[in-house]
Design a protein around this ligand. Sequence first.
Ligand SMILES: [Zn+2]
Length: 601
Amino acid sequence: MARYKNFNIAIYFTTRCIASINSLEEFERDFGFFEKHLKCSKVYLETHRDDMDTPKEKLEQLRDFFTTKGMDVSGAITTTLMKTTKVKPLIDETGVFGCGGSILDKSGEVEPPVEEGYQRIWNAFCYTDEASRRKLQEVAEYTASIFDEFIIDDFYFTNCTCPSCIEAKGDRSWEEFRLQLMTEVSRELVVGPAKAINPKVKAIIKYPNWNESYPETGYNPETQKDIFDLVYTGTETRDTNHTFQHLPRYGSYSLLRWFENLKPGYNGGGWIDQWNSIQNLGYYMEQAFLTFFAKGRELTLFCYSWLVDTVYIPPLGHELEHLDQIIGEIGKPLGIQSYQPVHASGEEHLLDYLGMAGLAFEPTPQFPETDGLIMLTAESAKDPEIMGKLKAHLMKGGDACLTSGFIRETQSKGVEEFTSVRYTDKKVITKDYTILGPGWGFAGDYCGREQVTFPGLKYKNNASESLILANKEDNNFPIFLRNEYGKGTVYLLAVPDDFAEIYLYPPEVLTFIRQYLMSGLGTYLEGGPKVGLFLYDNDTIILESFQDQACKVKLHLAGDNRKLIEVKNGKELPASIRKETETIFEIELWPVYYRMFRITE
Ligand SMILES: [Zn+2]
């Protein structure tokens, strides 16, 4: 069986995927579609989802079928029970999303409910209901009795507000209660019982892409990373405009990096599906690329029934073949380290929007150990010791960029020590900007496509210094400032109320912000929004366009004698400009077709 050199591809089988298999002969023919287009080396076979448990004989038959092919086989669990309601819903929602059958499957095969209960979004478990808890433990034990590894799909959350859960919560917040509850459930009902049945078994927890909601729904990476053997990352960002999740596509990269930094070496891989990608197959493939740009070692494709004999797989296989030829060249990812503690929220996915505006990020759940520039957002303020850590960082010569959300969260809690900039309840609406020029003055007026709404920051003249101003009639307001503290520089960045309005900045404004915040990384992009820059510690870089048409950007590299070699063909890209301090390259980009370069002297 053929394998990729640099990563594994796994196919996920839900209970209904497996139930759709009538004979191995027929299935072998159908599965041949994947073998024709991809080098699949692993499958996940689901034992339970919703109302359905897969019979042991069928799991063993399939396990042996794939093992004979030389493929790895793991189990899988989806922690949902069929919805039971005291009031019959008017709309039949069965089979549309959660059950993983055909998207057209509303076949009415639903069996009677396994529990008496209440409506819960996505049919999630009630983890205080004894019958449900017993069921979960039985499923974990059953799965471990057949497989030496299993993964839990990202329905492993709780949103239950039934009387039993309300009583169990007591005076705690839902967040506090659920974080503790799911720690106990993970240890006592899933991993503990599974390992008692099969001491060799490895349990993997797959986290959803909606990381801003983990604490509210009981996902607890802080404790679960040590209870489970591996974590796994949802990298399915899909089409931002057409899903209720509205996740920036850079999230397929940044979340995997965050999990890698949570417990280095324990990230099993990334996971994508085909939802909301049919109108743009590029998004489907891009999710895979970004998973591997972030150093994912395995990619799971959800799921067999939704992908077999479809248009998604041939182009993905074509592009993965090319990616495999070069992705082994990249080193360890680099970027502006941003402190995103566990259980924090506040400026949700801001890094992803800024990442799609050309800043390179390395999010981390620990306060960054670096002498370089760090970015602190509203999330960073979750740490009660943040002010002391920021002070120590600046005193040793590190720089920091504080977002308007961070200032808002820490005002009257110590941020005044570091800057004269204050968050106000005023708003600034503008599409006109001016940028600090040489000497004293501001140089040039730059006009964006549409108006952007910012929080109105105020500051004390000459205690802090404006670098970019939003221009209004006979007045202006700062959106990017700096001042010194200790041995470091503090930058202050006003973030639009709607983060996506970052894409409305004129290219000159974006370029200026990148130039300052990326200076310690030795490179930055000149040009408009929706271009991603991915940096690695061995002088390789990747550029990925998030635009829907061709574009050109200029890549600035520190040093007058830099060369840029395209990895896929070994050709040198001629420099546009060589200056005393930098070399500039003009690079054409197209949607989907990322470009990887090696930087040499
Ligand atoms: Zn409940």
